[in-house]
Ligand binder design. Structure first.
Ligand code: OGA
Ligand code: NI
Length: 262
């Protein structure tokens, strides 16, 4: 975990020309450095740079990954494999907690994808004017976030109030994403969270996203639907959701609302 943060810091410390080789605003690119969130569409930009990597299957994508720092590929690959195991185990526990078979969620999501965002929030001279990331829920299934111990920034919405999530040594923050909300018929709720920026210090966080396969049909099992009632969300494929998500801005409201049964 420590090496992961170190190499992330080293990457963002590289000369601009080196980093810019990876720059792209095209969300369909599987390895890219970008800034803000959806730079073409949004009106207000976010104080964030991020390196976004597809991470599963590793051998399909590592060849696109940064060649500098030289240890990047090895450290990040190891981190990704461990995170995947953790995420799949968490999804087993979540299945059981819903009264479903342990492997229900993992089976229904097909060959699950895995992405990573290494977020870098530079010091911001006027932090009250913007966010690192505005309030959002993650569009995937489950997010495992590892944050910098030195600088706080992550906040989550609880009972109508924004609470700071203090970094805790050797700990991850696990966020439920939109797909677990839909799949569990809202028994699990995707967490609203945001990142604020610091006036003096840069902050790093590493977000690992588990995602359903593109073709996976997201639908709540009948065990979780009350007799006579319809599921809260209509059936859809993850590909449909993901395209909708990236066609909008983070500040346009909850994407999941568009998939509600009426
Ligand atoms: C994200 C995210 C929060 C953070 O990448 O989706 O919410 O603390 N990151 O960087
Ligand atoms: Ni998020």
């Amino acid at each position: 975990m420590e090496k992961m943060l170190e190499v992330a810091n080293e990457f963002f410390g590289l000369p601009m020309e080196e980093k810019m080789k990876l720059y792209s605003n095209d969300p369909s690119k599987t390895t890219r450095l970008s800034t803000s969130s959806n730079i073409q569409k949004e009106k207000i930009h976010n104080w964030r740079d991020y390196l976004r990597l597809h991470c599963y299957p590793l051998d399909k994508y590592t060849k696109e990954w940064p060649i500098n720092p030289p240890s990047f590929k090895e450290i990040v690959s190891n981190y990704c494999s461990e995170i995947r195991q953790l995420g799949l185990r968490l999804q087993e526990a979540i299945s059981e907690s819903l009264g479903l078979d342990k492997d229900y969620i993992n089976k229904s999501l097909g060959e699950q994808g895995q992405h990573m965002a290494i977020n870098y929030y530079p010091p911001c001279p006027e932090p009250e004017l913007t966010y690192g990331l505005p309030a959002h829920t993650d569009p995937n299934t489950l997010t495992i976030l590892f944050q910098d111990m030195q600088v706080t920034g992550l906040q989550l919405l609880k009972d109508g109030k924004w609470l700071a999530v203090k970094p805790f040594p050797n700990a991850f923050v696990v966020n439920i994403g939109d797909q677990l909300q839909a799949l569990s018929n809202s028994k699990y709720k995707s967490t609203w969270h945001r990142a604020v920026v610091n006036a003096h210090k840069a902050r790093i966080s590493v977000a690992s996203f588990l995602c359903p396969s593109n073709a996976a049909l997201i639908k709540a099992p009948k065990e979780l639907i009350e007799d006579e009632s319809q599921p809260i969300y209509r059936d859809y494929t993850y590909a449909e959701y993901y395209n909708k998500f990236w066609s909008r801005n983070l500040d346009q409201g909850h994407c999941l609302e568009l998939f509600k049964n009426i």
